[in-house]
Design a protein around this ligand. Structure first.
Ligand code: ZN
Length: 353
């Protein structure tokens, strides 16, 4: 929105907050701004938005331009109908991320974002969470791997230039298209990978928020209808880095340790990889360093060159980290230790330690 309008609206909000005072305020627009791509259905009511108690919001004008990680992007913030409910005054001031998002905002794929047109599954939304204290003004996209029903029966281009995949994985080398979102592996005890990546994301989110990072939860529940391209493009346009959490289905009978997936040399001339692979590797190395410092075993072949949809479309530092395999302990205690390691790596990458 225009600066002047923003100031007027902000001043009005302050006046209204003062008028209601006494620790309670009427919520004039207790809803979150949601960014939708054209044709994406909007939620039926503001009540679907979860998250801590909302305080009065300043309406965003459509077409707000954000500058994130050197990129000029265009987005439309859709204000939901005003709700006449009352709520406790939760904080002394409204916390907004550096690119204008509030706690609990739902963020869908904007069709105008670079590479958005390559996505096939994008009716879902990611959720923004803001830190209340020690604010670092960095947004971490936490991507709980897998968990998109129907994703295995849809295919998307492996690379934005539609060249064939150079290494195997869920999809074989030589293929032009790959599974939009694969099902994921199963642990030896039968637990599906998608359940453990979600639990890991939730534990990591809490640690990041406490440390002062804002967190974009790409998948905030059992399922999100966002394919790997949509997850990547949303991260590109709203976060400072993108960390996808996975466990490896390698068939081994022992836990080989953690590693991250680096970009194969053959892709390093292709954009956007050419301009970003060094950032991916710096972040990956920082994460592995953080995990190692917590006493977590690192696989001898780390990092493993892998042609991933994620890194082929990433324009921010972006890593697929494999936190073990089907033999790994996936108790909360173990996940908590791994989250500590990842947090240490993130602090190191952004220079906060
Ligand atoms: Zn996985």
């Amino acid at each position: 929105m225009k600066r002047r309008n923003f100031l007027i609206t902000a001043a009005l909000a302050v006046l209204l907050a003062g008028a209601f005072g006494q620790g309670r305020v009427a919520v004039l627009a207790a809803t979150s701004g949601v960014i939708y791509a054209p044709g994406v259905k909007q939620p039926a009511s503001a009540g679907e938005t979860s998250g801590p108690v909302q305080i009065p919001e300043i309406s965003e004008a459509p077409g707000t331009a954000y500058t994130i990680a050197g990129q000029e992007t265009q987005s439309t913030v859709t204000a939901a109908p005003a709700a006449a409910t009352e709520t406790a005054f939760a904080a002394s001031g409204e916390i907004v991320t550096k690119n204008g998002y509030k706690n609990g905002d739902l963020i869908g794929l904007n069709a105008s974002w670079q590479y958005a047109g390559f996505s096939k599954i994008n009716s879902g939304t990611a959720v923004m969470y803001t830190a209340f204290a020690n604010r670092k003004n960095r947004i971490i996209a936490v991507n709980a791997g897998h968990g998109t029903r129907g994703g295995e029966s849809v295919r998307t281009y492996c690379h934005p230039d539609q060249t064939p995949k150079v290494t195997g994985g869920s999809t074989a080398a030589g293929s032009i298209t790959a599974t939009a979102v694969s099902t994921g592996m199963s642990f030896k005890d039968g637990t599906p990978e998608r359940a453990v990546t979600l639990r890991m994301a939730q534990i990591l989110k809490e640690k990041l928020l406490q440390a002062g990072y804002d967190v974009l939860m790409i998948r905030d529940g059992e399922d999100v209808q966002l394919d790997n391209i949509a997850r990547t493009v949303i991260s590109n346009n709203t976060a400072d880095c993108h960390i996808a959490l996975h466990w490896d289905g390698d068939g081994l009978s022992y836990d080989k340790g953690v590693y991250y997936m680096s970009v194969p040399d053959r892709l390093k001339q292709m954009e956007p990889v050419a301009s970003h692979w060094q950032m991916h590797e710096a972040l990956g190395n920082a994460l592995i360093g953080g995990l190692f410092a917590k006493g977590i075993k690192v696989w001898g072949s780390n990092p493993l060159d892998t042609d991933l949809t994620q890194t082929s479309y990433s324009t921010i530092p972006s890593v697929d980290i494999e936190l073990g395999n089907q033999c790994s302990d996936h108790s909360d205690g173990r996940l908590d230790l791994e989250a500590e390691g990842l947090l240490a790596g993130i602090n190191s990458y952004f220079g906060f330690n």
